[in-house]
Design a protein around this ligand. Structure first.
Ligand SMILES: CC(=O)SCCNC(=O)CCNC(=O)[C@H](O)C(C)(C)COP(=O)(O)OP(=O)(O)OC[C@H]1O[C@@H](n2cnc3c(N)ncnc32)[C@H](O)[C@@H]1OP(=O)(O)O
Length: 169
């Protein structure tokens, strides 16, 4: 399988924050944002793998800034690294000043998707070749994050997490 670039999976969803999607403070519900991020990340994973792709893990979410009612919110997702059957997808969330168009990065998240066949069995995917400096940084950190996620899920022994150990030794 030929390697692909992160930009080939780039997925951008832009939508408003409507009244039914906010809490008592008129800010966007965290769960609504998680759903938007999952949708964008799922499309990005499918664009990379061209296979059915399921969410295996939400590895990191930071709600850095609340998003007010009426905001224009852009969710941008891109595969940062592909392993055998799994992919790390990095998601950036932006709001847009509707007067001057200036964008502010308000949230970020990292999800893991797994490509599966019609029976739900994990299946091989193309590798990825980063092109930009940011893509290279995200690629380089992805194995460490994968190992952390697997250790936390009880699917890897801490002793086997070589990348994680390298941080401390
Ligand atoms: C788009 C959606 O929202 S889909 C709906 C929500 N998601 C789901 O319903 C998924 C339900 N879960 C599943 O179907 C299964 O658990 C799967 C397909 C995700 C994984 O199946 P498993 O039997 O655990 O497969 P397996 O152990 O072979 O792991 C497959 C890959 O996922 C990786 N993986 C599994 N769990 C995790 C985790 N918690 N964190 C990071 N990576 C993980 C493995 O390391 C492996 O990666 P690799 O092949 O690239 O090295």
């Amino acid at each position: 399988m030929e390697a692909k670039h992160p930009s080939e999976s780039r997925t951008v969803l832009t939508d408003l924050v409507l009244p039914g999607e906010t809490n008592q403070l008129n800010k966007l519900f965290g769960g609504e944002l998680l759903a938007r991020m999952d949708r964008a990340a799922g499309i990005a994973a499918r664009r990379h793998s061209r296979k059915i792709s399921v969410t295996a893990s939400v590895n990191h979410v930071a709600f850095n800034e609340a998003i007010p009612l009426g905001s224009v919110v852009t969710v941008e997702a891109m595969v940062s690294r592909a392993f055998n059957t799994s992919m790390e997808v990095v998601i950036d969330v932006w709001t847009e000043d509707q007067e001057n168009g200036q964008k502010t990065r308000v949230n970020e998240a990292i999800y893991t998707f797994v490509a599966v066949d019609e029976q739900g069995k994990p299946t091989a995917i193309p590798q990825i070749q980063p092109e930009t400096k940011l893509e290279q940084q995200r690629y380089d950190g992805a194995l460490r994050r994968k190992q952390l996620s697997l250790v936390l899920a009880g699917k890897m022994k801490p002793h086997d997490a070589t990348e994680l150990k390298a941080l401390f030794l």
